[in-house]
Design a binder for this molecule. Structure first.
Ligand code: AMP
Length: 432
């Protein structure tokens, strides 16, 4: 079976036939800082040995260093939220903003979708300041809701400033940092992300976006929700993550009441805080049609359910499908698991299997081409078609669920990997 045959033309046509696609609720500025170990000097702190020794969030300057050194000395990606204004100000003073780039799961999805002929991509951006508005490319199919209705962000921003920033500290293999006189070399190029976003951390759906979406629900076909990883367990004013998720659910229900045809997708992302993650699992999984997540994210879900997370991280497909079956006991009818080398798609009920497979193939080509070049360029999809897949295609049924193990294209030396998961999940969902 030639799983990639004809999918490029198919995907373009499918995009052209689409309606409005909604993306909320997390767009932010990324600040890229290349770590210069010489400037860091000799640090005096205990390096966390295990993942579980890490702080849940950054409350003190030491927490920042712990996260950075852990990520650096293990060569592994890590994201922590900053919970203290003092630490935010200290990082800004010490490192500056770095190179600004558009980030956040919703904006990343927008970046991945606008190069294709989708009619309207509607993205939630809060706070919509001049700096972030300027980072959106000048695409005709990209919109935010401004005071005069749909508009490009650059015509709709409100004020100036960088109120929220996700610092991406990048380091390279072979660099070394000294802690307590001992030198630690970085085994693999990677990144440590420290995020400051109190303005949007409640994932509040504000006007005019809110009323526009409710009033125009009939025009929308797909809505992708993400950003839970920036939520807090308890907010300074006493509100809890459960309160906030209930509010979000009310909004989703209102939109569903206006148009029951809209498909809702939840992109999990890396939710480090236990209570936030559990609230998402318990309150949201059964309210969405579709869920997207990678192996690390599913390993946390598995751990929350009492399973050994290592089985998932070791890519034990039997165990992965078992966990997915359990998640799908409620109304969730589609789960798209992605990892390096393959996707596992689980479907329950009335899905067009051919479309779903083609959508996976299209997402795989887009991710590989974006990894190769840094930006999506449809003209260059053909160059990744020749990359051989390393897994075998497989389909099976289990507990009334149809599983598809789909081998993907993997680019040997990627230019970027940030945001690839968002591209994969959003394209496969809206095209499928
Ligand atoms: P995430 O960690 O959720 O952003 O997603 C990363 C995903 O990007 C992986 O699960 C892979 O499917 C995909 N990916 C990562 N590196 C490459 C690569 N070099 N070529 C193609 N796809 C990649």
């Amino acid at each position: 079976m030639k799983i990639y045959d004809g999918v490029i033309d198919w995907g373009i046509k499918r995009a052209r036939d689409s309606k409005m696609i909604g993306l909320g609720f997390h767009s932010v500025i990324d600040g890229l800082v290349k770590i210069d170990p010489k400037k860091i000097g000799n640090l005096d702190l205990a390096i966390p040995q295990k993942f579980s020794d890490l702080p849940d969030s950054i409350k003190f300057i030491d927490d920042f260093w712990k996260g950075l050194i852990f990520s650096f000395s293990n060569g592994s990606a890590l994201q922590l939220m900053i919970d203290s204004k003092e630490v935010y100000e200290w990082i800004m003073k010490t490192f500056g903003t770095g190179t600004l780039r558009l980030g956040g799961t919703s904006a990343n999805m927008a970046k991945g979708l606008i190069p294709f002929p989708f009619e309207k991509i509607l993205v939630y951006v809060y706070p919509l300041k001049k700096e972030i508005a300027n980072l959106f490319s000048n695409s005709k199919n990209l919109f935010v809701v401004g005071n005069n209705g749909l508009d490009h962000p650059i015509n709709a921003y409100d004020g100036e400033g960088i109120d929220a920033i996700h610092w991406i500290f990048e380091f390279s293999q072979g660099q070394s940092i000294t802690v307590k006189g001992q030198t630690y070399a970085c085994p693999r190029s990677n990144r440590f992300i420290a995020s400051w976003n109190p303005a949007n951390s409640k994932l509040e759906v504000r006007d005019p976006f809110r009323s526009y979406v409710i009033d125009h629900a009939k025009d929308i076909s797909h809505f992708l929700v993400s950003g839970f990883h920036i939520m807090q367990e308890v907010y300074p004013d006493g509100e809890t993550v459960e309160d906030r998720i209930d509010e979000l659910l009310k909004f989703i229900q209102t939109v569903k009441d206006k148009n029951s045809e809209i498909r809702f997708h939840l992109e999990f992302a890396s939710i480090r805080r236990d209570r936030v993650r559990r609230a998402v699992e318990e309150k949201l999984f059964s309210m969405f049609d579709s869920l997207g997540l990678n192996e690390v994210e599913l390993s946390w879900v598995a751990r929350d359910m009492g399973y050994d997370e290592k089985d998932i991280l070791n890519l034990d497909v039997e165990r992965i499908s078992q966990i997915i079956s359990e998640i799908m006991r409620g109304d969730l009818s589609r789960v798209h698991f992605h990892t390096l080398g393959f996707y596992l798609l689980a479907l329950k009920g009335d899905y067009d299997l051919e479309s779903q497979k083609k959508a996976l193939a299209f997402a795989s080509l887009a991710a590989a081409q974006r990894a190769m070049d840094g930006e999506i360029n449809l003209e260059r999809f053909k160059y990744v078609l020749d990359i051989p897949e390393k897994y075998d295609y497989k389909e099976w049924e289990r507990d009334g669920i149809h599983f598809i193990l789909f081998p993907t294209k993997v680019v040997p030396s990627p230019k970027i990997t940030v945001g690839l998961g968002d591209t994969i999940s959003s394209l496969a969902f809206v095209l499928g």
